[in-house]
Ligand binder design. Structure first.
Ligand SMILES: O=P(O)(O)O[C@@H]1C[C@H](O)[C@@H](CO)O1
Ligand SMILES: O=c1cc[nH]c(=O)[nH]1
Length: 317
């Protein structure tokens, strides 16, 4: 068993100040100072090949989500919502030189895909956080707009995460570093979550709530599904587990929030996780709603975040 450590990478400032440290991103890696060039390999960007401050210095909102198509749609949507000049269809993928992630910039909004699961979003976040640092961005808000499985709530409900919990309902992310397990905090920014909930009250077309989000390493066995290629537990055991999760305050399950919360927290980025629920896991495992319903569900977090961004920019009517 690897030794378990409390996190030693924590910036040496009180919790609250972590978010107001001149508004810059807190990078906590002394080795970076030794690099003459930093290549953000999975973005196909670099400090010598690209002028990152002029390309990204004005970014104030970063929205991330699993699918490249969703993040392109979000970029087109936010372009329209912000009433920006030019033809949105000309928006190009900044990461077109690689097929790992897609990235679109629309005014002060960056929309990036992160793929599925903790390893994929974690790589993207390392490079994104360094990009924000190199670009000297300040006061950035980062929001994951995703999909999830709900527990005991109506499909289509949008859940704003207060804390991400692991499969044992613990508010922590266990990062393996060398031969040690480093335990990291997975609290999301509470005021931001409240602000988003308030914003949602102005949208009457779908329910929104704040709750715990369980982050797993897998979609099937890891989320207690009976319909994977492998399953070693009974239907009764599945329901007992999901009911325990509900009683612990979990309202939805997805696969990225824990590392997202942990890394953003450590780097002083104000972060939120806003996921729509595609089904109620107490009613089934298969995502059987029609294509149009699922498309409409996926737009819900986008609508909420567009409203929030417009409010923040003072452009909402
Ligand atoms: O960002 P998305 O909505 O793709 O994230 C959830 C969690 C997994 O990555 C994926 C599973 O279908 O959906
Ligand atoms: O059930 C679900 C649906 C979407 N994403 C998940 O991780 N789980």
């Amino acid at each position: 068993m690897a030794p378990i450590l409390a996190d030693s990478t924590k910036p040496n400032v009180p919790e609250r100040e972590n978010y107001v440290n001149s508004g810059f991103v807190n990078i906590n890696n002394p080795h970076l100072d030794m690099l003459t060039e930093d290549i953000l390999y999975h973005f196909d960007l670099g400090t010598k090949t690209h002028d990152l401050p002029s390309m990204f210095g004005d970014v104030k909102f970063v929205c991330v989500g699993g699918s490249p198509n969703r993040m392109r749609s979000f970029a087109l949507f936010i372009h329209k919502e912000l009433g920006l000049d030019g033809d949105a269809n000309n928006i190009t993928d900044i990461c077109a030189g690689t097929d790992r992630y897609s990235m679109y910039k629309v005014g002060p909004v960056l929309s990036i895909s992160h793929g599925m699961g903790i390893p994929s979003i974690s790589i993207m976040l390392h490079e994104l956080i360094k990009l924000l640092h190199h670009a000297k961005c300040r006061n950035v808000i980062i929001i994951r707009i995703g999909t999830s499985g709900g527990i005991g709530i109506e499909p289509g409900t949008v859940v704003i995460t207060d804390v991400s919990v692991d499969s044992f309902f613990r508010p922590q992310f266990d990062q393996v570093i060398l031969d040690k397990v480093v335990v990291r905090n997975t609290q999301l920014h509470q005021e931001l979550a409240e602000e988003l909930l308030q914003c949602s009250q102005e949208i009457s077309s779908f329910p929104t709530l704040i709750g715990h989000t369980m982050c797993t390493y897998d979609f099937y066995e890891g989320q207690g599904r009976l319909d994977g290629a492998l399953c070693s537990f009974s239907k009764e055991e599945k329901f007992e587990y999901l009911r325990k999760a509900y009683d612990a305050g979990v309202r939805n399950i997805e696969m990225e929030s824990s590392v997202f919360a942990a890394m953003c927290h450590l780097c002083g980025l104000k972060a939120a996780v806003v996921c729509v629920t595609l089904l109620n896991r107490l009613e089934g495992d298969q995502i059987s709603s029609g294509h149009n319903v699922l498309v409409e569900f996926q737009r819900r977090p986008q609508q909420l975040i567009a409203k929030f961004i417009k409010k923040k920019l003072g452009t909402s009517s």
